[in-house]
Write a new protein. Sequence first.
Length: 294
Amino acid sequence: MAVRIARARKRLGDGLFARVAGPSGPANRARIHGTPGPRWFGEDRPIRQVHGDASMFIGGLRALLLQSLHPLAMAAVAGHSGYRGDPWGRLQRTSTFLAVTTFGTASDASDAVERVRAVHERVRGTAVSGASYHAADPHLLCWVHIAEVDSFLRAHQRYGARPLDGAGCDAYIDDMATVALALGVPDPPRDRAELAARMAAYLPELHAGREALDAARFILLHPPLPWAARLPYAVLAANAVAALPPWAREALRLPLAPVVGEVFVRPTGRALTRIIRWAMAARPPVTAAAPPVA
């Protein structure tokens, strides 16, 4: 029995890893964790705790939904990211970037940032409103950044194995500011108060256009998954929706009564993230000498 459970655990962990990391996942993982050298973040930093937890599955979905509410950011995604034609490729590129900047060597992290900045520089166009957009615009970069920080942190606090205390939350936001500065965000928030103020400042610009509504339907209702994976994905998606602020759910036409979210949805999210955490922990560790950058 124990052998069968261990095999099932490994199959589940390998399958999840293949989805989020792609065919190059094992090689990337070995390079990220196994290459010796200084890192941007030491092993005790909150960014490592948050980004290494299964709660990121829910946080990532929440971030996508929240980011879509800025019409120019959504226009750039709809026009250039290929999220419909290659959603898994986009997920795998994003997860690899997060892994490299969080756990990889300082040199690899810098190289990853430069590649992303080069892509952003090329992404230009005109939204359906007639407004022009540029992915390297610091104002749009800041919105994408704070939507991610808010989503990853809130998901971790709801579903993470070890939620952070207040100082740890501020330290996570400060850690993420290091990456944001490298990507071209001139003045990223450094603590919870600054993050909340920045989110509030963007509210007048946010609304759910047709592209955002279409993206939400695609993400939540039509994921490119086999039927066997649809139910656990639906649990992740429901919890991502429940974790959104009420104004965002209303804009995306995703009504959810608070009691339903707390009593029925949230326990399923906690249970599923525990299963994911258990399965992913079956993978053998890859370690290296990793002193933080001074």
